[in-house]
Design a protein around this ligand. Structure first.
Ligand SMILES: [Zn+2]
Ligand SMILES: [Zn+2]
Length: 172
């Protein structure tokens, strides 16, 4: 759904959209497990031509478990309140870098904003650090490669190795 500047000049745009899996491209290893629901309102803030977009979204996402590569499915749901300034300074084709520390300052070009792009960015910012198939996933045995959630492979891991594994886990 395109949020058009001309429409917002007349009145705020209310949106309530469901994006089916595949409509929005996330990361290569991230899939949508169901529709992405997003609703809210986009409005133009007076003479500054700043666009404010408020709303909320929720989506089930699927990825490979970080530890065992099984299916990890998790819900991401957030509220957002975003401001976009017209990009007047940069001429077409001119690239400039936005400091990652200033993510709250965003720009739009031309006659509006694509809602799908806005939501995509919000979802990527909200992703959990760890994607696990279940809480306390036991991962894959370094000895024999068995998925330790499914069976006890019986490999003997010495106490020394265990300590190192724990330390490695803490660094992550
Ligand atoms: Zn797992
Ligand atoms: Zn094993």
């Amino acid at each position: 759904m395109f949020l058009k500047l001309q429409d917002m000049e007349i009145r705020p745009i209310r949106f309530d959209v469901a994006y089916s899996p595949g409509e929005i491209e996330f990361e290569a290893k991230l899939r949508q497990g169901g529709p992405l629901q997003v609703s809210g309102v986009a409005e133009l803030l007076g003479a500054t031509e700043e666009i404010r977009i408020q709303g909320q979204y929720q989506v089930m996402l699927e990825a490979d478990c970080d530890r065992c590569l099984d299916l990890a499915s998790f819900r991401v749901a957030e509220r957002f309140d975003l401001f976009y300034r017209p990009d007047l300074e940069t001429s077409p084709g001119e690239e400039f870098e936005i400091d990652r520390g200033e993510v709250e300052i965003a720009f739009y070009e031309g006659d509006g904003l694509e809602l799908a792009d806005v939501v995509r960015e919000q979802v990527l910012l909200a992703l959990p650090m760890q994607r696990l198939c279940r809480e306390g996933c036991k991962g894959i045995c370094p000895g024999c490669g068995a998925n330790r959630n499914a069976k006890e492979c019986g490999c003997t891991v010495t106490a020394g190795n265990d300590r190192w594994a724990a330390l490695r886990g803490m660094k992550l």
